[in-house]
Write a protein that binds this ligand. Structure first.
Ligand code: SF4
Ligand code: SF4
Length: 205
């Protein structure tokens, strides 16, 4: 069964024909979305790599790569992605517009992210971005530092302007989808709706 949680984004696209929120969300995988995401991120990564090597701290990049593995394959995928409708697909790896092919070690969590997960996500992003910047500062590579910072600003601006207003992971702290669209999506996805209601009641207790 490809869609054990009965999430609409993994149903036959014929069922989208009369959807009132069609066009409001990035609810199907498209290669161009993935390539844009990877392109913006890679520009920053390549600059940071060259700068850190120039700074004489090349070996420390192994620590950064290790953190990527830990973050994308173990930590971020639990606190952020396991709540995402893209994650609800049957199978061992993720097929989405950003962390494509990451392993799904955790079960799907239809409820929204909680406060602790949101804080952890921010901490994870700060480590992910800050790690190479520290070595650029220590090695006096200020041109690489400034270019890297500009690239990371472009990356997050791209995400916030072009993705976060249409992303189906509604409880992510960056998500900006309108409440009426979220409500309409939850109506289409009863398992998610029930989990969101339960989380809301728990918060109100
Ligand atoms: S919200 Fe669900 S039903 Fe509507 S267009 Fe997207 S995938 Fe289809
Ligand atoms: S779209 Fe974003 S939140 Fe959803 S699974 Fe992919 S990376 Fe995670």
């Amino acid at each position: 069964m490809k869609n054990p949680h009965d999430v609409c984004i993994w149903k036959d696209t014929k069922e989208c024909a009369d959807c009132s929120i069609k066009g409001n969300l990035i609810c199907h995988f498209r290669r161009k979305y993935l390539f844009c995401f990877l392109g913006f991120f890679l520009v920053f990564v390549i600059t940071a790599f060259i700068g850190v090597i120039q700074a004489g701290f090349g070996w420390f990049l192994l620590g950064w790569l290790g953190f990527w593995l830990f973050f994308f394959e173990f930590w971020e995928i639990r606190i952020l992605c396991s709540h995402c409708p893209y994650y609800a697909e049957e199978g061992k790896s993720l097929h989405c517009i950003a962390n494509y092919s990451s392993l799904k070690l955790w079960k799907y969590h239809p409820e929204p992210m909680n406060l602790s997960e949101k804080i952890q996500l921010m901490i994870g992003f700060i480590i992910l971005i800050g790690y190479p910047l520290i070595f650029l500062i220590l090695g006096d590579q200020f041109i690489f530092l400034i270019v890297s910072i500009i690239e990371i600003i472009f990356f997050f601006s791209f995400l916030i302007i072009k993705r976060c207003g249409n992303c189906v992971n509604f409880s992510c702290p960056f998500n900006r989808v309108k409440q009426e669209v979220v409500d309409a999506f939850l109506e289409k996805n009863p398992i998610m709706k029930k989990a969101w209601q339960k989380a809301r009641h728990k918060r109100e207790e």
